[in-house]
Design a protein around this ligand. Structure first.
Ligand code: FES
Length: 107
């Protein structure tokens, strides 16, 4: 398991970017759950971190592609169709998370 951040810190901030190997993981605390996805929009690689969260979907600030925090899949397929994203560009990597003793770990 890889230690990412103290849960209390994430709760206070709501969302955080955490470097992991050669990637950046976006951590989001939402309704008592922690979600972790790549902080990289599948459209043109913008950071998802500044995006607006509605329900369990984060919307990229650049062109409003929505990514489900629960699945990492594109949530608004019509936008993906409009952008002509291929099937490989309709999701981001989702990471399994464990919270133990007040610390968020990557499984
Ligand atoms: S870069 Fe995210 S929607 Fe275009």
């Amino acid at each position: 398991m890889e230690r990412l951040v103290d849960l209390e810190t994430l709760i206070q901030k709501g969302k955080m970017k955490v470097p992991y190997k050669h990637r950046v993981i976006l951590l989001v605390y939402l309704d008592g759950e922690v979600f972790a996805i790549d902080d990289k929009c599948p459209h043109m690689s913008a950071s998802l971190f500044p995006g607006k969260i509605e329900g369990d979907v984060i919307y990229c600030k650049d062109h409003s592609l929505g990514i489900s925090l629960k699945t990492g899949e594109v949530a608004n397929q019509n936008q993906a169709d409009f952008m002509r994203l291929d099937e490989y560009s309709r999701s981001v990597k989702k990471y399994p998370i464990i919270v133990k003793d007040g610390v968020v770990f990557l499984k």
